[in-house]
Ligand binder design. Structure first.
Ligand code: ATP
Ligand code: MG
Length: 264
């Protein structure tokens, strides 16, 4: 049975698309039949950062009732499947977001995991993914505006009968380090299931239109994606790099040491 996660944040630019584009391929690599869907129908860029172009059918046509969802599924890295949204404003205008739920129902037997890259904000388009997903994952940056918007998104999700599975802290630097995982969890009111560092290789890989987990697999961000995807797939984390680097302190240990300061 499929498990649908909405990757959401409230605030824009926290890393929802980046997380979707990297967790998707890693989940597929862990053997889960995985599909990533660009639910940001107005400002679609999932396909862009994955290097897909000239797509004849997208979620726009499907939500407009002009095409079948099966025709909007494309092959992505490591066996992940991608359902992109189109780039045109006209396509966005004719797409009816209310159809998303029935569209997903057609895929329940085809995948184990579906990640919905949600738009920022709490417009109708933003709220629908929160409502149709089995679980919401909040992508939060370690700054006050992002934390406040994540709390708002959690509350909104609960109001509409959705469920927040946890938060992923993205763009973490050791300078943000005063807050412990426990304090962050208290603030957000949800479990923090992972930390992704601020990493220049993320931007470099999207410029090359590839997920960082493929372009720079041993980068700190890639190791974090590897760890988080293993957790979501319910398997033990075994990064090749972690084995190779066993003798030196890894990023996650370093980060935990600074963030938790003996508080966990
Ligand atoms: N861990 C990271 N380290 C460095 N840069 C990052 C990291 N995560 C995301 N970025 C950069 O931050 C920018 C915003 O990321 P992204 O597009 O994934 O955010 P988003 O939440 O999907 O934004 P929007 O709300 O506009 O859809 C991008 O330029 C991306 O490369
Ligand atoms: Mg985005």
């Amino acid at each position: 049975m499929i498990r649908v996660y909405a990757i959401a944040s409230g605030k824009g630019g926290t890393g929802k698309t980046t997380v979707t584009a990297n967790l998707g391929p890693m989940l597929a690599r862990h053997g889960r039949r995985t599909c990533i869907l660009d639910a940001d129908t107005g400002m679609a860029n999932l396909a862009l950062i994955l290097g897909l172009e000239n797509l004849p059918v997208t979620l726009h046509e499907v939500l407009a009732g002009k095409a079948s969802i099966q025709d909007a599924i494309y092959d992505g890295p490591l066996g992940v499947k991608i359902i992109p949204s189109g780039l045109s404003l006209q396509g966005f205008q004719s797409a009816n977001p209310d159809r998303l739920k029935e569209v997903l129902q057609d895929l329940v037997d085809d995948f184990d995991i579906m990640l919905l890259d949600a738009p920022a904000g709490i417009s109708k388009d933003g709220v629908i993914p929160l409502a149709v997903a089995d679980e919401v994952l909040l992508i939060v940056n370690p700054e006050i505006s992002s934390i406040v918007d994540a709390i708002k998104t959690r509350t909104l999700t609960e109001m509409i009968g959705g469920h927040v599975a946890g938060a992923i802290m993205n763009r973490v630097t050791t300078n943000n380090g005063e807050m412990s995982r426990a304090q962050m969890q208290n603030l957000l009111g949800v479990r923090v299931i992972g930390f992704i560092p601020e990493d220049p290789y993320v931007r470099r890989s999207s410029a090359a239109r590839m997920p960082v987990v493929l372009k720079y697999p041993s980068s700190d961000a890639s190791q974090a994606f590897s760890r988080i995807s293993a957790g979501l797939a319910g398997i033990e984390y075994q990064a090749e790099e972690a084995v190779a680097n066993a003798s030196r302190e890894g990023f996650v240990d370093r980060l935990a040491r600074v963030l938790f300061r003996g508080k966990t």
